[in-house]
Write a protein that binds this ligand. Structure first.
Ligand code: 0A1
Ligand code: ZN
Length: 876
């Protein structure tokens, strides 16, 4: 509800092809101080597909001041010839073909929503997905209207020497009064959400790429001048992504130039505008002095993701926004495969699964649950979700698994060829998979339309040489979807003997098999010489929650011997969750867990040098959110006590090992390769254990603090400097002014300052709410800078449960105030942050009441974006 008014709902079932097509769009954008004039010349043609029922021409337009409108050169009059109907322009009785020219005035300087044309640090840039183009000019703003764009930009030459848009540059020149212009032409018809424009004074890193067919493509990466030294990693990632897409998917780049621009103010990670990607600085800039290893990896994957969209999204686009996962799920799958090929496949898979299970599963099990292809939405901005992206990628991955790599490649070749230049649906994608493989995927497609995480319950029995496995599937109800159908689920499995070796599963001696489930309940049988340890859902072959009553011994076998990286990690996680449940639910102590856990951890440590990054994944405890999501009702303070207590106990019990790892893994000099990153990751984990133990008085705090501080005082890279700062600050170790020193040292580096804010907002415990209030009042805090808001409010709400859920409700009060404030500035960001309240119904009653009251309080007057999320959370 919006001031009592419900938001309008858009439904997939109501889809109609566009009544009007726009074959050509010529834009003239005149950037002036304080305002911009946009002249748009659209060629319009009735869609022959809709000839049966001639309709008025309706164009979308928001926050536009219409200055003039001409039809084939004739000035139109309001009232007689057209009308403005809320955010739409309606022209009744138009001829079948004509040219419409509009002039509108907009104010990018006052655009804090960061949709459409806006300013960021002195430059102009755009963000049009999903519905931002309507804030630039009147247009049928829907992805199935593809148009050929020609764009001319005019601006002051000294302030904005660089003028960019999509496609190829075709003209440029001087104008009176120190101004200049540039014209860009994009030969590929595209939906307006892929339009982009940039004007600014930027530094450029240039390179070239020779495509498989021998064409030379100019590569240009732009950033503020001071950031020119932070573009090498992105350039390197881009070239590797271009070569990979040719090799693995047969996709070659299609324009003569590919450009990326880094902007500070950006709602999301990055945007795949045709030939002119626009990136959040956090997803493109990287330098060892200022950027952590995790952020280096993110740059590599986001650069690849946006590049891959050139085919999966741009050449073949979405018919409507319900099909968003057609491009996003597929492109995430592609970027995950790229990262797997560039790094350790096992480590990347576990990282991706960890993210899915601990972020998308909660979404799918809470009030925001929705199908990968939703049936209805209020604001499409709210559906750029982990479900559409990450679960969508798993659905593509399952099709890859079902078809096998060769047929999958044939199917994607068919998809790209058949639908090139078109706007299509998830059904069209699956149809290509079916056509190539001969498989019937009708049941499989329920994965797109049915929300919720399926639960697989596995039971087994061994008798007289026969091992019987029974697998039941059940998808719990989600909001608005009480009854669920059984899905087609590929379950990859192996069966291990007492020594952890795979047993042959059939006459051919196969060690691994994929069972395709279709029914609610399925039984399998194997002839085996002994009762095995089942290694289930290998590689995480389907996005399901697996229930099997593993014995501790079986988990230890899997962790020690399984060849599947996911199953080893999953076994470790199950051991930790079980230990934490004994602390939280059964009143055991952290120390009680040590006799069972430490021998297991010691075995992992003994093999750590085989793959330090994987060892770090196996040795790390689950997050407090992950633990909390497995206990109902959610009691965040006891979860925090349990996790931090167990971490300190393990830190103390294995202190000798942690010290040895920390020292053995010290690097003589900084290296940026994957192996060095893996060693840094394991070393930081070891140090974090020591710091946790020291913080609880279990180890000599001075000795640990001195060692930790060395990484801060003589840092070889940001991963170590920031890791050390976090270890000191989070564990209450003597930091001796280092927080202040860090802020002073990095005051001019916004991305580093984001980290500085985040380190403080993530200090566990209720006192952090007051500290966060202080951060919001810090001179470097800016409400209009999404990265900064995420660093403080996002970190507190999503990454620090023991502070956010402070018993006195102060975390909720901060949350509600922040949402209200942000909603007036940037409704998209407000709505995204609001989903941090989605655990409301799982909270213990005293907390749920307070959070509910705080959120109900801000509902009146909320934007459509925020209202949709609040209503879902509050169950209105
Ligand atoms: N398509 C982009 C994500 C994106 C979506 C919306 C945006 O603004 C509201 C910005 C970017 C991607 O998948 O990377
Ligand atoms: Zn994407």
């Amino acid at each position: 509800m919006r001031d009592g008014q419900p938001n309008p709902v858009t439904r997939l079932a109501d889809y109609q092809p566009p009544a009007w097509l726009v074959p050509d769009t010529t834009l003239d954008v005149d950037l002036r101080d304080g305002h911009t004039l946009v002249t748009a010349r659209l060629t319009l043609r009735r869609n022959p597909e809709r000839a049966d029922k001639p309709e008025d021409l309706v164009l979308d337009g928001e926050h536009l001041e219409l200055r003039s409108l001409t039809l084939d050169g004739r000035e139109l009059n309001p009232g007689d010839d057209y009308r403005l109907d809320g955010p739409r322009l309606v022209i009744p009785g138009a001829p079948d073909h004509f040219t419409l020219t509009s002039v509108v005035r907009i104010e990018p300087e006052n655009n804090t929503a960061l949709e459409g044309l806006y300013r960021s640090n002195g430059m102009y840039c755009t963000q049009c997905e999903a519905e931002g183009f309507r804030r630039i000019t009147f247009f049928p703003d829907r992805p199935d209207v593809l148009s050929r764009f020609t764009t001319t930009i005019h601006a002051d030459k000294s302030a904005y020497p660089l003028l960019l848009s999509n496609g190829n540059p075709v003209d440029a020149g001087e104008e009176q009064g120190g101004r200049h212009y540039a014209t860009w032409e994009d030969p590929f018809p595209k939906p307006c959400y892929l339009f982009a424009l940039v004007a600014g004074d930027l530094a450029c890193l240039s390179d070239t790429f020779i495509t498989a067919s021998g064409r030379e493509v100019a590569l240009r990466l732009y950033a503020e001048h001071r950031d020119l030294d932070k573009l090498d990693h992105a350039m390197d990632s881009l070239k590797r992504a271009m070569a990979w897409d040719e090799r693995v998917f047969g996709r070659e780049y299609d324009l003569d130039i590919f450009q990326i621009v880094a902007v500070s103010h950006f709602n999301m990670g990055a945007m795949e505008n045709k030939g002119l990607n626009i990136f959040n600085t956090s997803c493109v800039l990287a330098h060892p002095d200022t950027t952590t290893d995790a952020a280096f990896e993110r740059v590599e994957s986001v650069v690849a993701h946006e590049y891959f969209h050139n085919w999966s999204g741009n050449r073949v686009t979405c018919r409507d926004w319900f099909q968003l996962s057609l491009k996003e799920g597929f492109t995430v799958f592609r970027d995950q495969e790229f990262s797997s090929d560039m790094n350790s496949r096992a480590v990347v898979r576990v990282e991706n699964v960890d993210f899915l299970v601990n972020h998308q599963f909660p979404e799918d099990q809470g009030p925001m649950a929705h199908p990968v292809r939703p049936a209805a939405y209020q604001k499409i901005d709210n559906f750029y979700t982990l479900t559409v992206y990450e679960k969508g990628a798993e659905i593509v991955r399952m099709q890859h698994e079902l078809l096998g790599a060769d047929d999958f490649r044939r199917a994607t070749d068919l998809y790209f060829e058949r639908f090139d230049g078109q706007a299509v649906t998830c059904d069209d994608f699956v149809a290509c998979m079916e056509e190539v493989s001969g498989l019937d995927l009708a049941q499989f497609k329920r994965w797109y339309s049915q929300a919720g995480t399926p639960v697989l319950t596995v039971t087994d029995d061994y008798r007289d040489g026969e091992y019987r496995l029974t697998i039941e599937q059940h998808t719990p109800a989600t909001p608005g979807e009480p009854d669920k159908q059984p899905l087609m689920i590929p379950v990859k499995l192996a069966l291990l003997d007492g020594q952890g070796r795979p047993l042959p599963l059939d006459d051919q001696g196969r060690a691994e098999t994929v069972v395709i489930l279709r029914e609610t309940r399925e039984a399998l049988s194997f002839q085996l010489p002994e009762r095995p340890t089942p290694s289930l859902l290998r590689g995480f072959s389907a996005p399901v929650s697996l229930r099997y009553d593993f014995s501790e011994e079986q988990l230890v076998t899997l962790l020690a011997h399984d060849t599947d990286g996911f199953c080893r990690w999953d076994a470790a996680q199950r051991l930790y969750f079980a230990a934490l449940a004994r602390i939280i639910d059964d009143g055991e102590s952290a120390a009680d867990q040590l006799p069972r856990l430490t021998p297991v951890l010691e075995r992992v440590i003994a093999r750590a040098d085989e793959d330090p990054a994987q060892a770090a994944l196996l040795l790390g405890l689950p997050t407090e959110n992950a633990v909390g999501d497995r206990h109902t009702p959610l009691r965040p303070q006891s979860v925090h006590q349990a996790v931090s207590g167990l971490r300190a106990a393990i830190g103390e019990a294995l202190a000798e090992h942690w010290w040895r790892l920390a020292k053995d893994l010290e690097a003589d000099a900084y290296q940026g390769d994957g192996a060095a990153m893996g060693r840094r990751r394991l070393r930081r984990l070891a140090i974090a254990y020591l710091a946790a133990a020291a913080g609880q008085g279990a180890l000599d705090a001075d000795q640990v603090a001195d060692y930790v501080a060395r990484d801060f005082d003589q840092p070889d890279c940001m991963t170590n400097a920031l890791g050390a700062l976090r270890d000191l600050v989070h564990n209450g170790l003597a930091q001796n002014g280092r927080l202040e020193a860090f802020a002073e040292r990095w005051a001019d580096e916004p991305l580093v300052m984001d980290q500085w804010f985040a380190v403080q907002a993530s200090v566990p415990g209720p006192d952090t709410v007051a500290r966060a209030e202080g951060l919001l009042a810090h001179p470097a805090f800016e409400w209009t800078l999404p990265n900064r808001v995420r660093a403080v409010v996002g970190t507190l709400v999503n990454g620090n449960p023991s502070a956010f859920h402070a018993p006195d409700g102060s975390g909720y009060a901060l949350f509600a105030r922040a949402l209200k404030k942000l909603d007036g500035i940037n409704p998209q960001i407000a709505a995204r942050l609001a989903s941090g309240g989605a655990r409301l119904k799982r909270l213990e009653p005293a907390l749920a009441d307070q959070l509910g009251a705080a959120l109900r309080d801000i509902r009146p007057g909320a934007s459509a974006n925020l209202a949709e999320v609040l209503d879902r959370i509050l169950g209105a």
